[in-house]
Design a protein around this ligand. Structure first.
Ligand SMILES: Nc1ncnc2c1ncn2[C@@H]1O[C@H](COP(=O)(O)OP(=O)(O)OP(=O)(O)O)[C@@H](O)[C@H]1O
Ligand SMILES: [Mg+2]
Length: 249
């Protein structure tokens, strides 16, 4: 299977000299769903950002979606990466005063050349249809006309998933997508994520502090601890005890 993300000897320190991690070597293959876990401050968000070129790494090599770079990708590489990646974050980042449909279409507008295409009514019609399709996939077609600030947290997060999906990404990056949701809604959002990634052949990398979410919706778990990878294992081989060791010395 094709490698979607590959790092060798990756290290990151912030400008203040604080080392976050070093010696990180990971291989994430096409279609895998990977949970990234670790204590607060272990470096999960930092690693995600380095992997997709949003934050410069300090040393080591990264190859993401066929783009190989050290520290920072070139502008052309970053463009190609952005085109193929969908993001979902803890605070969904919807534009509150706009409709659900407009918010989803905005996922498309982030793509290069899309502002030009937006002036053509054919593209607009097609994008509305695509937006309705992805809204159906997250079971929110009936909310298309609602304002984003009238949604519950779980619904808003499903819209954020739809907004990422409309980009037809190869890679979906989700930083604590269920962190602000109640247990039942959190499970629902994670299930939608995991199912849609699987159905569409999208590689999914998500961070979580919920060990049920780490175990139930991933094919593999990568744990960060003490400035490095503590383990990197198929989910089927992991026990709750293994996970506990990530958080206790
Ligand atoms: N912009 C920054 N400048 C300096 N240090 C930073 C910056 N961002 C994060 N850090 C530090 O880097 C370390 C890793 O932070 P990061 O946010 O990646 O951890 P995390 O695993 O995502 O934590 P959490 O579970 O709380 O989200 C922390 O010690 C943090 O204080
Ligand atoms: Mg984080």
């Amino acid at each position: 299977m094709q490698d979607i993300i590959r790092t060798r000897d990756l290290a990151k320190s912030y400008a203040n000299g604080h080392p976050v991690f070093s010696g990180v070597a990971i291989d994430i293959r096409s279609d895998e769903r990977v949970a990234l876990i670790g204590s607060n401050g272990a470096g999960k968000s930092t690693l995600l950002k380095c992997l997709i070129g949003l934050l410069p790494s300090s040393t080591g090599e990264i190859a993401t979606l066929g783009e190989t770079f050290t520290a920072t990708p070139t502008a052309a590489q970053l463009n190609r990466l952005r085109r193929q990646i969908g993001f979902v974050f803890q605070n969904h980042g919807l534009v509150s005063r706009q409709s659900v449909l407009t918010n989803v279409i905005q996922g498309k507008l982030g793509l290069p050349g899309s502002w030009r295409a937006w002036h053509h009514s054919t593209a607009r019609r097609q994008w509305r249809e695509e937006a309705m399709d992805v809204l159906s996939e997250v079971r929110l077609a009936d909310k298309a006309a609602s304002r984003a600030d009238q949604l519950s947290g779980g619904q808003a997060q499903r819209v954020a998933i739809a907004r990422a999906l409309i980009r037809k990404p190869k890679l979906l990056i989700a930083d604590e997508p269920a962190a602000s949701l109640d247990p039942a809604t959190g499970r629902d959002v994670m299930q939608i994520f995991s199912d849609l990634a699987h159905e569409h052949g999208i590689t999914l990398v998500y961070t979580t502090h919920d060990m049920d979410h780490a175990l139930n919706y991933s094919d593999r778990v990568i744990a960060l601890k003490s400035g490095g990878v503590f383990f990197d294992q198929p989910t089927s081989t992991l026990t709750r005890d293994d996970l506990r060791h990530v958080f206790h010395s």
